[in-house]
Design a protein around this ligand. Sequence first.
Ligand code: TRP
Length: 461
Amino acid sequence: MSQPRDNWSSNVGLVLAATGSAIGLGNLWKFPFITWENEGGAFVLVYLICIVVVGLPIMMAELLIGRRSQKSAVGALKEAAGPWWGVVGGWGVLAGFILLSYYTVIAGWSLYYFAQSIGWTFGGYPAGMAAGDLFNEQVGNAGLQLALSLSFSVATIAVVYFGVSKGIERIARIFLPILFGILLLLLVSALGMSGSGEALGFIFRANFSELEMSGVLEALGHSFFTLSLGMGAMITYGSYISRKQSIVKASGAIVALDTLIALVATVIMFSVIFSVAGMSDEVSGSPVGMLFISLPELFYTAVPFGVVLGPLFYVLVALAALTSTISLLEVVSSYVIDEHRIPRHKATVLCGGAIFVFTIFAALSFTGTPFLSTLEIFAGKAGWFATADHFVSNWMLPIGGFSITLAAGWFMTRNATERELVDGTEPRWFRYGAWRFFIRWVAPLAVGAIIVAVILGRDFS
Ligand code: TRP
């Protein structure tokens, strides 16, 4: 080994970086939409239960596997559970590669809407512009899509290039407080709107007659995605935790913050939507509709201080996305760094470049480019973008997550996991026996149910 492994400088640094990974488009884009689709209340409650009984135990499992070996996904799983488990790590690295390839495209849209909203703030929102047309125009413009996703990829590579403490942690330390601040401003403004009462009722009043079994599985699947679990991202971040830090405390904080932010984002969006007559019918059948079609116009027509909050909102989306894309790239780069002994700078540029090749496919998925936009491997989905999303959400994360529960619960010894979790730094509420029960029984059964549902034809993407 050449240099000692770069570590998070403190528990706060770790929590901010991992929370940055967890908070992303899943919180701002997907969670509000699936809450909408599943009629709120009961769905939100089930989601919260999934986060606690499945998400939290797996978060601890991933972090502990990483810290124990001080290696990234592949090496860590090999060391924790046996040589064959490297395959599970490799599966995770592949998931990171694929997910990053299209996540960057959505992230790029936030840059476009940021630029547009600055224009609207100073020039006024164009009267009579159909919001859907603007969206279709931008996703259909190949040159624009490539420029946006290239910019985002370069930003991601630039952060990971500088490593863990000087790149990823530093960016998280600066951006997350800004992100929290913007959300708070938006929340205050949204709560002052006439629809906020209806929004809170929709989100927090549980009516179980509206919840279907498929909603339960969707909540479960999303609890994985939103916490960045199931693909070794948290194993990788765990490998930079020093022995002095508490995995249990950090996991609790990361999970709590991610959940809080998802709920706040939902309250904000629904308050706006319920404040405008007829809007709730208009929010079209896709998450894209809410974030990039309905909201832009509403900021300029309905939201108090919308001319300032509009651009800030898209800054928020971009920052949330960036702290997730750097974590995705880190999963892939750290594998190349640790297992193939390639220096960080070179590895980051190589991996980022290779992923960008697939980002090109994703970026052109909506442009009508022959072949790329029409490649419909999975019935009716648009190009690489939707195909990749289908594969990652339905197959890669659940299978990865299931394997990780087995590794931590059944293949690692009790001694090994207990030593990581119970080391004098753990908070008083923590019971090792409870964690072990959840990771051996509850989590694998729950995640297994998702896999069975997918085999039976459900689609969670
Ligand atoms: N958690 C991210 C979000 O909510 C998405 C995500 C899933 C992710 N797996 C990841 C991000 C792994 C970074 C690393 O948007």
